[in-house]
Design a protein around this ligand. Sequence first.
Ligand code: TYD
Length: 216
Amino acid sequence: MSGGYVNLDNASLTGVSVAFVSKYIALEGGDGSGKSTVAVALATRIETDGGEVVMVREPGGTPLGEVVRGLLLDSDRLDDWAEVFLFAAQRAELAREVIAPALSAGKWVVSDRTYYSSIAYQGRGRGLGEDEVRAINEKGLDGVVPDHVFVLDVDPETALARQHAADRIGKEGVDFQEKVRAAYLGLAESEPDKVVVLDGSLPADKLVDLIAAVVL
Ligand code: TYD
């Protein structure tokens, strides 16, 4: 199964040529960027348009993922590489058990974060290397990767100020968030067909309009 392609069996049965559909949409951004609100609003818009949506969040989304979420976000401290592998482990299972089946069934997947968070936070923020962190994650994803990544870009000082309760990683502070932001901007430059930066200070419905114009 590769993310974003219609089910080959169904396509050949109905005699239609295999069309490319891009239904795996990811919301990304620094802490406090408002992506969770936009993810919900986007899912509602897709459903209004007649699509079926599966929403996922990372870390989380499977029983293992929710346990790992607790380890990742509530531990007092964690080794940096342990952090990378725990994020990648929960993500591999989520891809295989939830995302790939949803895409095969013709559903949309709207994800609150993906492995682009690991590239930005662990790769750049922790300084472990963006290429290394990307490679570790892609190994476990087996081609189930987002078709579109929308980064909600917000100035870190503003974003951190509007956060209610920061978790262990959210507490890293403004310098860390500046590195994360720089990583996202770099990803948008190197993958312009996939990664799009949006002004996260816009209202959620305006952001959904901009995303819908690309994906619907
Ligand atoms: P999230 O629940 O999305 O928090 P928020 O809504 O505050 O952004 O993510 C939890 C934290 O985990 C957040 O600080 C980002 C961090 N994170 C990583 O460092 N790497 C990752 O791969 C993911 C998915 C999240």
